[in-house]
Write a new protein. Sequence first.
Length: 381
Amino acid sequence: MDIKRIIFFIAVAGLFTPAEAQTQKEDTIKDSRLRRYWNSLVHGNIDRTFERKMDMSFIVAPCYTREGSFGIGGAATGLYRIDRTDSVMQPSDISLSGSATVNGFYSITVKGNNHFRGNRSRLSYLLQFQNKNLDFWGVSYDACATNPVAGYRRQMINLESDYVYKVTKDFHVGAALNVNYTRASRMTRPGYLEGQQTAYFFTGIGLSVQYDTRDFILNPKRGIYFLAREVVYPEWLSNHDRTIFGTTVILDVYQPAWKGSVLAFDLYGQFNGSNVPWTLREELGSGMSRMRGYYAGRYIDNNQMTAQLEFRQHVYGRVGCVAWVGGGTVFPSFGSLRWKDVLPNYGLGLRLEFKHNVNVRIDYGFGKDTGGFVFQFAEAF
């Protein structure tokens, strides 16, 4: 009888224990995933690139932009080393971000910097997919300054890439590839395009020279960065009827002032000549790195020049703050560049070290009759 009871209890255990064990296993897995996610947020600023092939962190949170209003956004950012035995070379980085907002704005962005083995070359890239319902004032500074606001939908696929090779320790030469398709639809005032097409496709190829002594690309504490790049958009690689040239000049300087502080200066110029199609024209405030707080597209023209000086201060632990002042303008040609058209820009920001040496930044920028938040990964420049 005792043997039968034992067999019975074993059978009952065999019927019910596996299901209970499976539930407990699933709960354990969920708890483990939550702990890993929590640890990635709390301890994500520790450099683990020598331990892991890819040191990743994730975040999902409400978001807000001047153009898109409120919505939900998510991002994943990672640091990695192709050669984990090289302790001198800075780690490579990659980030994927996306957002969707209440007014029909959605976007996906992939960007990063890949440092190849031996630290002799680097590939920087940016890939964007965007659908935006936007305000629109025109395609020139004068039109934007006088036209009443209109609206349209903008759809864009954009790729920007730069491969650079070290000639000396700090001097680089490089090649660039840009591909852009932009389409406008649902325009309430089509005349604002001044007779241009509603959609353009461009492929640009270029060469660059760079001088770079920055200690870390995403969050420099010291060093100088100078870039001069020339890109040509051949007629036969676009749906435009002529070849277009674009010149980019950037000068960034970073200098520690005292413990935990950095003074950062940025000078930017993009010169595209005259009568450039609207999709290649410069938009003040686009990119969220320069003229922060301006509505992207509020001022548009062929060329752009901006300058900004930013003070960065570490406060405590993973928290820091910034303050900046600057100005800039867009203009049709150098002969039409006017001092009175230079627009002011200044603001304050909060920094949180999300990954090792990679900050989440929340900025509020002010300008001429405008202001707005910017939420991004990495420093503005």
